[in-house]
Design a protein around this ligand. Structure first.
Ligand code: PLP
Length: 460
């Protein structure tokens, strides 16, 4: 095979090239590029592994002069760090020989019991034997997809969907079918239609992945009535449900919504995490799964990491046992509610007509739809120049849709910074709108000239 000439910026196989190390010494076989000498060695599945739009943004968005409304980092400033430090010191001094040792592939039994107590707050009745501790719920997603999905298998998920889940599905070469949402979450009728269509053409759906509560990125919550409908539809079509619930305890009003898993044990695989209620740096999450699935997950976990980190588990376990962690979660809720309010008020005051957005009852995110004709991805460089960052909506779709939308996070910046960020964003949106009004579609990004515009389901 003749090697194609290297193309600056991309590898010949469509992978984006990186300025990696020069080629290894000795004779070279196959083709290579100036940018990536290993390009002809990668497995086919790496083609789906491209930097997410969030990743590409991080270097710019983390500059102090930029107000980042992009990342989903929890605010840790409220954590009692001195008390946590004392717990960690004590842990190493008194139980270091076990806390720093390898542990069980399923996770420590004591922590698994505590996880069941945490889930019980939301009404989930799980048994510690059915819990597998993971390296964040992100690894839970990875293990679940690994044990269920072969290349080409269909996974159904919301439109839009959590970008990290889409990355996992891509890495395992799944085909993602998006199902529409509105202000009340996933639309049951749309789910039924999608499953019926897939059944008709003989495609087996491996699972339906959903974030029913305080959705990332949409900021909406599936209503109680729809929860029952979604479960019934998945039962009709014999489809597993993967319920991802990292934000359930971070609500701003009343009791947390009842997870799907609380009402259906046999069909729902539930993912939880301490990243948003305690500390993402510890990387402790979990999966609660039907017994047989749990067996496979433990095998997959063992081949992946041998065991989840014993030290992180011990820190989480001690934190849950020795601190008023529920009081801390309440404080987080207050903090995020104040920030949500600051963002919604600023959006109402500043954004031009034609823009609309969701009003989250919990979690970290607002989903914003721009005035007709605007493109959030094309606008991003202008926004970053104006010192505000967000995540363009296309990051949350497997199929390139979502161009008119963007995700705003209010979890990390202070209310003052949020207001300033929205003020900057509003100015950018206004300018884009004026340009478009003055020069028409030609002022927009190239694909708008074709008249094509992504569907923008009304989530508000
Ligand atoms: C919906 C959703 N699932 C999973 C994760 C991953 O979280 P973890 O830190 O537990 O891996 C996130 C993180 O933002 C998320 O928003």
């Amino acid at each position: 095979m003749t090697a194609p000439p290297p193309v600056p910026g991309t590898g010949p196989d469509g992978l984006s090239a990186s300025a990696g190390p020069p080629g290894p010494p000795g004779p070279r076989t196959g083709h290579h590029t100036r940018f990536d000498a290993y390009v002809d060695r990668y497995a086919t599945r790496t083609r789906g592994m491209t930097a997410s739009e969030i990743r590409a943004l991080f270097s710019v968005a983390s500059r102090p002069e930029v107000v980042s409304l992009a990342g989903g980092m929890p605010s840790l400033s409220g954590l009692p760090l001195d008390a946590v430090a004392a717990t960690v010191r004590d842990l190493v001094a008194t139980r270091g020989a076990t806390a720093l040792q390898y542990g069980s592939g399923q996770g420590e039994p004591g922590l698994r019991q505590q996880i069941c107590d945490v889930m019980a707050i939301e009404g989930v009745d799980g048994h510690p034997d059915d819990v597998v501790v993971t390296v964040g719920s992100q690894q839970g997603l990875d293990l679940v997809t690994r044990i269920f999905c072969d290349p080409g298998d269909v996974v159904v998920c919301e439109a839009p969907s959590y970008v990290g889940a889409l990355g996992v599905f891509r890495a395992y070469e799944c085909e993602v079918v998006h199902v529409e949402m509105d202000g009340q979450g996933l639309i049951p009728e749309a789910l039924r239609q999608a499953l019926a269509r897939l059944a008709e053409i003989g495609r087996r759906v491996k699972f339906c992945y959903t974030v029913p509560t305080y959705h990332n990125p949409a900021g909406v919550t599936l209503t109680a009535a729809r929860r029952a409908e979604v479960l019934a539809i998945c039962a009709d079509y014999d489809v597993l449900v993967i319920e991802d619930n990292p934000y359930g305890l971070l609500g701003f009003a009343g009791e947390p919504p009842r997870p799907l898993r609380a009402d259906e044990g046999g069909r729902v695989v539930y993912l939880g995490s301490f990243s948003k209620t305690f500390a993402p740096g510890l990387r402790v999450g979990w999966v609660l799964a039907p017994h047989a699935v749990r067996e496979k997950l433990v095998l997959a976990q063992e081949s992946s990491t041998l065991c989840p980190p014993a030290f992180s588990q011990a820190v989480v376990s001690a934190y849950l046992a020795d601190h008023d962690w529920r009081g801390q979660v309440k404080q987080f809720c207050e903090l995020y509610r104040e920030r949500r309010d600051a963002m919604l008020e600023a959006l109402t005051e500043q954004l031009p007509t034609g823009a609309r957005w969701t009003r989250p009852d919990g979690g970290f995110y607002v989903w914003l739809t721009l005035p007709a004709g605007l493109d959030a991805k094309a606008m991003l460089p202008r926004a970053v120049t104006a010192r505000v960052a967000y995540v363009p909506g296309t990051a949350f779709y497997a199929d390139g849709f979502g161009s008119r939308c963007l995700r705003l996070s209010y979890c990390h910046p202070t209310p003052e910074r949020i207001r300033e960020g929205v003020r900057r964003l509003a100015a950018v949106v206004e300018r884009e709108r004026e340009l478009r009004e003055t020069f028409g579609a030609g002022a927009g990004p190239p694909h708008l000239e074709t008249g094509y515009e992504s569907p923008t389901p009304d989530l508000t």
